[in-house]
Design a protein around this ligand. Structure first.
Ligand SMILES: [Zn+2]
Length: 115
């Protein structure tokens, strides 16, 4: 009976909320770490590709075209890594999930107002 009362007490609810936020902070660090690692490996991959273009026997204007193309792709892929992580972080955010009617808008706007 005591446990049941504790469960419904304000303190335990606050504690539960704090734990949720704490867990979310760990999740966020993991997501950020993952973003940096993925971006680092992407940059490494494109660095190798640019080196191959640079030492190739192709004409200079062709090399320039390929280098520009690779840079554009790298930037796009790198941005995608970040945006995917941002969507995931927002979906997992306990504060954003407190707005069930507004869920869709919160996820799409990445609003600072909700944090
Ligand atoms: Zn949020």
């Amino acid at each position: 009976m005591k446990k049941l009362l504790e469960f419904f007490s304000v303190d335990s609810r606050i504690e539960h909320k704090n734990n949720k936020l704490k867990n979310y902070n760990y999740t966020l660090i993991t997501i950020i770490d993952d973003v940096i690692k993925k971006r680092k490996s992407l940059h490494h991959k494109y660095d190798k590709l640019i080196e191959k273009v640079w030492v190739s026997a192709r004409p200079l204007n062709c090399k320039t075209f390929l280098a520009k193309y690779l840079l554009t792709r790298l930037l796009r892929e790198s941005d995608r890594v970040f945006f995917k992580a941002q969507i995931l972080a927002t979906k997992l955010c306990p504060k954003c999930n407190e707005y069930p009617n507004n869920l869709k808008n919160v996820h799409y706007e990445f609003s600072d107002k909700t944090h």
